[in-house]
Design a protein around this ligand. Structure first.
Ligand code: ZN
Length: 104
């Protein structure tokens, strides 16, 4: 899986290094400016941060659908509800897209 960083963060890091550089070597500063330019013009990907959450059982004592062993769960991130079995693997929240951390 690829890792992504914010372009603005990378540019800020290079700017800080340039500001702190006390080498007096113009080649170093020019190389850093070239890196900054490279970062500024590098192609970007349209990515979103991965959200992680958990299904929280709303009422352990009173399952909403006893015949089918279904319980009402709430997404810890967006508070949306989902009815599913304890044995069901529901890896994503249908509403907000959070990756659900599986609990045993
Ligand atoms: Zn959600």
């Amino acid at each position: 899986m690829a890792d992504y960083i914010k372009k603005s963060f990378a540019i800020e890091c290079v700017d800080r290094i340039i500001q702190r550089d006390d080498s007096g070597n113009n080649d170093v500063v020019n190389a850093l400016k070239a890196w900054k330019s490279f970062i500024e013009y590098a192609p970007t990907e349209n990515v979103e941060p991965v959200r992680c959450g958990q299904w929280i059982m709303c009422d352990k004592q009173n399952p909403n659908d006893v015949a089918n062993d279904n319980y009402l769960y709430e997404c810890s991130e967006c508070k949306s509800k989902d009815l599913h079995s304890k044995r069901a693997i529901v890896p994503y929240c249908w509403h907000c897209g959070s990756h659900m951390i599986m609990q045993r």
